[in-house]
Design a protein around this ligand. Structure first.
Ligand SMILES: NC(=O)c1ccc[n+]([C@@H]2O[C@H](COP(=O)([O-])OP(=O)(O)OC[C@H]3O[C@@H](n4cnc5c(N)ncnc54)[C@H](OP(=O)(O)O)[C@@H]3O)[C@@H](O)[C@H]2O)c1
Length: 277
């Protein structure tokens, strides 16, 4: 379903595809990008949330300026999801200038007790869908002379994370993949940015089961909107790694000088407060 205000042409505008647009950072990125004149393709499982957002954006000032919003409900954990999504794009004749991979989920539990299905979903959505969608969309960006990719990594990308072992490993993958791709695609005019937020207020805490962990869920955490504004600026400036928040930039820099075991034990203490694991 395409939402567009009828009185203005949308053809000359740039188009961004945003996964994870039904909530949190992805939803805020959609608001920021619509305000900056991007046409949007919104992707997530919860169609009603995507439609609500599309209607909000079309009813807003961005809509009055002719932004169009397309909603594609899809479960990115399904093996054919990325290909199905790209088929929808080609049927609708949509070329993607910016790919924003924000869909993702976490889980807090000792690995040995973890729910395998949740681990599988994390690997599928955080790693496989992000990688396949990028692989499928980059060739058309190259043939049109450029584009942007914004991947949601995390401050968790920089070290191992006991009690969230799989989640941290998926985010290490996203950072490594994004930095490598940024170098490969630079001559093609494609910017790749790994956005690395710390704990941020969103639906993430509930999905990851960390609502009771003070370090991962408190009122001092930044809003998804502030992370989205920062991430969008970083993408537009072509930054390769964008760590949100000065304290995290300092911590990540200093952690390079510490033995890895010390850092990993500190992360475990940081996360263990709920279960005492
Ligand atoms: N919040 C944080 O503390 C934090 C910190 C660092 C990095 N991040 C990263 O930021 C990204 C966005 O997280 P958030 O904080 O915005 O969390 P959120 O509010 O829970 O949003 C997650 C988004 O991912 C989508 N999603 C999850 N599983 C999906 C699936 N199988 N298929 C399609 N879409 C799916 C959800 O949509 P549906 O449920 O509608 O499918 C939702 O739109 C994630 O990659 C996360 O790892 C978050």
């Amino acid at each position: 379903m395409v939402y567009a205000s009828a009185n203005m042409s949308v053809m000359e505008k740039r188009t961004a595809l945003i996964t994870g647009a039904s909530a949190g950072i992805g939803r805020e990125l959609a608001r920021v990008m619509a305000a900056d004149g991007w046409n949007l393709v919104l992707v997530a499982r919860r169609e009603s949330k995507l439609r609500e957002l599309a209607e909000e954006l079309i009813g807003s000032e961005s809509g009055q300026r002719g932004v169009s919003v397309q909603v594609v409900p899809i479960d990115l954990a399904q093996p054919d999801a990325a290909r199905d999504l790209v088929e929808v794009l080609s049927r609708e004749d949509i070329e993607v200038d910016a790919l924003v991979n924000s869909a993702g989920l976490g889980d807090l539990s000792p690995f040995v007790d973890s729910d395998w299905e949740k681990n599988r979903l994390m690997i599928r959505v955080n790693v496989e869908a992000l990688t396949e969608l990028t692989r499928l969309l980059v060739p058309s960006m190259i043939s049109r002379g450029g584009g942007c990719i914004l991947n949601l990594a995390s401050v968790a990308s920089f070290q191992a994370g006991p009690l969230m072992a799989v989640y941290y490993a998926t985010k290490a993958y996203v950072l490594s993949f994004s930095e490598a791709l940024a170098e490969e695609l630079r001559p093609e005019g494609i910017n790749v940015t790994a956005l690395c937020p710390g704990p941020t207020r969103s639906g993430f805490q509930e999905t990851a089961g960390v609502e009771d962990v003070p370090a991962l869920n408190n009122r001092l955490m930044p809003s998804a909107a502030s992370v989205a504004r920062y991430g969008y600026r970083a993408m537009m400036r072509g930054r390769r790694v964008a760590i949100h928040g000065l304290p995290y930039r300092v911590l990540i820099f200093l952690s390079r000088f510490l033995p890895r075991g010390v850092v990993v034990r500190a992360v475990r203490r940081f996360q263990a407060t709920r279960s005492g694991a």
